[in-house]
Write a protein that binds this ligand. Sequence first.
Ligand code: NAI
Length: 790
Amino acid sequence: MTVVRDILRTMDYGVAPESDEHARAWLTAHSGGFGHFIGGSFTPPAHLFDVFNPARGERIARVSQGTEADVAAAVTAARKALKPWSALSGDARARHLYALARHIQKRERLLAVIETLDNGKPIRESRDIDVPLVARHFYHHAGWASLIADEFAGHRPVGVCGQIIPWNFPLLMLAWKIAPALAAGNTVVLKPAEFTPLTALAFAEICVEVGLPPGVVNIVTGDGATGAALVAHDDVDKIAFTGSTEVGRAIRLATAGTDKKLSLELGGKSPFVVFEDADLDSAVEGVVDAIWFNQGQVCCAGSRLLVAESIAERMYAKLRARMEKLRVGDPLDKSIDVGAIVAPVQLERIKQLVEAGEREGAKVWRAPCPLPERGSFYPPTLVTDVEPASILAREEIFGPVLAAMTFRTPDEAIALANNTRYGLAASVWTENVNRAFEVAAKIKAGVVWINSTNLFDAASGFGGYRESGFGREGGREGLAEYLVAPATPTKSGKAVKAALNALPGGAPAPDGDAVDRTAKLYIGGKQARPDSGYAYAALDPDGKVVGLAGLGNRKDVRNAVEAASKASGWGAATAHNRAQVLYYLAENLESRSDEFAARLVAQTGASVREARAEVETAVRRAFYYAGFADKYDGAVHATKTRFVTLAMNEPWGVMGIVCPDEAPLIGFVSLVLPAIAMGNSVVAVPSAAHPLTATDFYSLLDTSDVPAGVVNIVTGEAAALAQTLAEHDGVDALWCVGPRELAKTVEAGSAANLKATWTRLPPRDWGDEQGRAYLRRATQVKNIWTPYGE
Ligand code: NAI
C-alpha cells in the first residue's frame, strides 16, 4: 500500500478519474443511434455512421449522416420559425437564452464528460474552460437580446443561418454561433463536425427541455457533404463557418454571387514572441497554455515560438524541463495535462508534418512522457532550428508541436511574426509596456495577448486578419455579423431631394472644352497614361461624346495597388491629420461646386438642380467623414478581471472600391471618403459610364494635400478591373457596387487570399445619410488583451 511518506518522496500523481457513469447511461439510452434535430424533435436515425472515443479507439455512438433532404427539412423548419421568433420582444428572446444558459449549467458535468469522451480533451479543460464559457456566451447574449433595439437601432436579423463548426471545441463553437444568432432574432441550422457531434445533440435535448420554440435551432449531423448541402441551399441567408482555410475557401467560392452573408473563422499559425526582458518562467507557462492546451488543436494556438536569440537556449532548456513534467494520458483523469488527438487521421497528419520538418533539417525533441497503449496520442514536441520557409513554420499542424525560431531585433521579430498567410492571434512577452504595444500594433492579427495567451470571453470579439478569415465572433463586433443595417435613411428622408428643393435653378455654364481633354488615370499622386494606350468615350444620355477617359487594364491596377501600399503612412498619421485633409477637400469641392455640377449635367443629363444637389450632398458627406475621422472609437471590453481588453479599429490597408455606375460624384465620394477617413489607401474604379467626375477629382486631391498614393483612380471597364482587384494579393478588402454577376466575379476572385468583400450594398439613394455601417466595413477590429497587477 502506498504510504504518505512514499507519496511525498516521489510526488507522483495517483489516478483521479472523473466518473463517466451518467454520460455512459446517456449514450446507452441512445444506443439505437441519434437522428437529426429538426423542427423541435428528433428524426428517426438513418444512414448511421460511427462516433469514436479517441482516447480508447472505441465506438461510443452512432449518428445519422444528413442528406440533402434532411438539410432541406431543417432549413424549412428554420424558415417557418423565423417570423415568430424575430417578432418576439428582445426581452422574450432573452428569457429563452437565459433558460438555455441555466440548463447548460445544470448539465455542466454531463456535458463536460460527453465532450471529453467524444473529443479526447482533458476533463480539466472541458469542465473548467469549455463548458463555463458556453454558459457565459448564452448569458452574455441573453443581455444583447434585450439591448439590440437600442444599441442597433433599425437593424433586422439576417434570417436563416447555416452554421458549420469544427471538432476542436464542439460545444463552445456551437455556443459562439448559436447564442448571437438567436439573440439577434435569427433561426439556425447547425452542422457539428462528424468527429464530435454528441454535445450538439445533448444541447438539442436542452432546447426541448427549456421550451425553445420548434425550428429556432435545428441540428443536422453529417460530414463535409452535409455541410456543402447546407452551404448550397437557396433559402439560407447567412453561412457562418469555423474550420480549415481550405474548406473556408471552397465555401467562399460556393457562395459567390448568392447574396448569402458570410463569416469565416479559419486557421492560424500564430506567433508567440518572447523578448529578452520577458519573465521567462511565466513565458514558459504561457507556452504550455499556448500549444499544449487541447493538444494544440486550437486555431489560435501559439504554434510558432519566436524567441530573442540571446535567451533562446535558456528558454529551450526551461521548456524541455517543463515538458518532461507534462502528463499525457486518459483525458478523463483529472490530473492529465494532454489528452488524445481527435482521430487517427489527424494523428497521422501530425506525424507526417513533423517527419517532413525533420527531413528539412529541423531538430525535433519529443517529451519523454509515457503514452497510453491504446488510442490516438502524440507527445508534446519542441522543434528547434526551424527555418522560416520550413513546412513546420508555414503549415497549421493542429497538434502539440511547437516550432521555434530566433530573432535579434524587434523589427525582425515583427517581420517573422507577420511572415505567414494567416493572422488569427499573437502572444507577446516583454516587461516593457512600450514595446508590448508597439509590437501588438504592428502584428497583423485579430487578437493579441500581451504576457498572456489563449484568453477568450463572450464580451470580446474573436476572428482573424488575412487568410484566417473575416468577421468576428463575440461581443458587439460579433453580433453585427447577425444583423442587417437599415437600408432606409436613418435621418430624415432623402437628402438629395431635400437639398434639391432648397436650391435655386440657375444653370452653371457647362465646360465647353471637356471633349478636348482625355483624362488619364491617377496613380501615386500623378496622372498616368493607361498601359493599353487606349481611351474610351464617355457619352451623355443622347449618345453624344462628352469626354474621353483612359481605358485601364490589369497592369494599371497593379501599379495602383503598388502605389497604394506605399502610402501606408496615411494609416499611421493621426486621425486629426486625416480629418484636416478631408476638411480641406470638402472646402475645395465646395468652391468648385459649379464646375462639378456642370460636369454632372453634361454626363448624366441630370437637371441643373439635381446636379447641384448631388454636389451639395457630396460636400456634406466630405464634412461628415472629416468629422468622423477622429471619432470612430474603439472600445474597452468588459471581459475578465485584471485584464484590459482593447478593441482597436484598424484600417484594412489597401482597399479596392468599385463605384456604382449611377450618381458618379456622390457614389464615388460616399465610398472613397469613409475608407480614407479610417486610414486606408484606395484603388478606386469610378463609374464606367460617367468617369469624368472622378477624373476631375484628381486636381481636387492634389490641391487638398491628400498624400500621393492614398487615392488612386483607374477608369475603364468595371468587371475586368474588379476582377483584377479581387484576385490581387496586395488588396486587403474590396467593396463593389453593381449587379449580381459582378458580385459573383468579385467574391469568387477574392477566394485566393480570402480578402473581405462587401458587394451588393443595400440599394440606396446615395443621398441618404450613411453613418457607421461604412466605417465598420472600412476597418477591422484587433482585440489586445493586457493583464495588470502583479
Ligand atoms: P474541416 O474544415 O474539413 O472541417 C470543419 C467543418 O466543416 C466540419 O464540420 C466539416 O464536416 C465541414 N466541412 C468539410 N467540408 C465541407 C464543405 N465542402 N462544405 C461545408 N462544410 C464542410 O476540418 P478537418 O478536416 O476536420 O480538419 C483538417 C484541418 O483543418 C486540421 O488539421 C486543422 O489544420 C484545420 N482545422 C482548423 C480549425 C479551426 O478552428 N481553425 C478547426 C478544425 C480544423
